[in-house]
Design a protein around this ligand. Structure first.
Ligand code: FA5
Length: 358
């Protein structure tokens, strides 16, 4: 633009055109970035208005004030328009951002995968609680045991044929993986030093060279029970086991004691409960007998009392040992003991705090 060739009116028109064009471009700018480009184009250092300002010096003196005033007016207008548009676009941008970040609190939450307790831990705790309710305390002993506690002090001397009942994993000649939880009886009696009452249960893992099948595992869980006090009789044992069975399997449950043999009890019994699946009428689970064997028990043998610091003339006692997996299988209707040790989550996740939900 050359001001010497333009009249004031023509400059006016030029300014009006600039204003119109700027207005349109400001309105058309749909992002803050494009709006900033428009601002630079008109008001920046090398912008249209700045260039027009530079023409002022070259204009006839009489035109300068008027033209300068018009230019400032236009600058003011453009600044105001830019500001409005900026406010509008900024608001739009915020709205879009908030919309994109909206959290729908009504959507279902993402549940973290939860671990659970192993069914054996659940049932051990349940059994412990039943006996704690009858005044028993819980004792523990080592998995690696001395031969003397596992066998000799339980009236099973070396080379006694009864050792064959529990085929063992020996570590040295004198040390083995315990084959039952009965050595904890021995440890407790020795610790108590002849004092009564002894009233304990002992949960723990035991190990035998048994071939694994649906009902046998080389590693399984037992809970031992022992009560020693003056005047303990077989009827106390029977009453205790009946109370236990009813609390675990239901009030309708009956028990029966069949004569058996354990070197550390005399008399000894295998204890059966009425089948929890059929209630005693006979089914596949109880092999149509109506009964399921759950534990071994008996009156503590006088030799065991004597060998571990008690006088059988003054005190007597009963003991029992139950197989936890077998009990869990009956209670939950599990058909294979190996499920407990395979870590299959489809099996494990069915157990929640003592209940199986199917
Ligand atoms: C004993 O282990 C005796 N200590 C129990 C006892 C204690 C009797 C105190 C008298 C007084 P037995 O070998 O029968 O007994 O084992 C007890 C229970 O462990 C069985 O009734 C059975 O439920 C379970 N059991 C035995 N062998 C296995 C095995 N291989 N796999 C899973 N459970 C087993």
């Amino acid at each position: 633009m050359d001001e010497r060739q333009l009249s004031f009116d023509e400059l006016q028109t030029e300014l009006t055109n600039v204003e119109k064009e700027a207005k349109r471009r400001i309105q058309d700018a749909d992002t803050l970035k494009s709006l900033e480009d428009v601002r630079i184009n008109y008001l920046g250092k090398k912008g249209v208005l700045t260039q027009m300002m530079q023409l002022l010096g070259k204009m006839p003196k009489d035109m300068r004030p008027k033209f300068g005033e018009r230019l400032n007016e236009l600058r003011g207008k453009l600044e105001a328009m830019l500001q409005d548009r900026h406010a509008f676009l900024f608001q739009e941008q915020e709205k879009a951002r908030l919309q994109a970040e909206t959290i729908d609190v009504t959507l279902p939450g993402k549940m973290p995968a939860r671990g659970g307790r192993h069914p054996l831990s659940i049932i051990v705790e349940e059994i412990e609680n039943i006996f704690i309710g009858m005044g028993y305390t819980v004792q523990e002993g080592p998995d690696v045991e001395w031969d003397t506690y596992n066998f000799e002090r339980l009236n099973i001397p070396k080379h006694h044929p009864a050792r064959e009942m529990q085929d063992s994993f020996y570590i040295t000649e004198e040390m083995l993986l315990r084959t039952h939880t009965s050595p904890v009886q021995v440890r407790t009696m020795l610790q108590m030093g002849g004092k009564t009452p002894v009233k304990i249960i002992c949960p723990g893992t035991v190990y035998r060279r048994d071939t694994d099948d649906a009902t046998h595992s080389h590693m399984f869980t037992q809970i031992e029970g022992l009560l020693i006090a003056p005047g303990i009789r077989m009827s106390d044992l029977k009453g205790t086991l009946l109370t236990f069975a009813r609390r675990l399997f239901g009030e309708e449950t009956k028990i029966r004691l069949r004569p058996s043999f354990f070197p550390f009890t005399e008399p000894s019994a295998e204890v059966d409960v009425t089948c929890s699946q059929c209630g005693g009428s006979g089914c596949r689970v109880c092999k149509w007998t109506g009964w399921l064997e759950v534990l071994g028990a008996g009156m503590v043998h006088p030799n065991v009392l004597r060998q571990n610091g008690y006088d059988p003339e003054e005190v007597s006692g009963f003991a029992f040992g139950l197989g936890v997996e077998r009990i869990a299988m009956i209670k939950y209707g599990i058909d294979d003991i190996r499920h407990f040790y395979q870590g299959d989550r489809r099996f494990l996740k069915q157990f929640v705090a003592g209940d199986r939900f199917l």
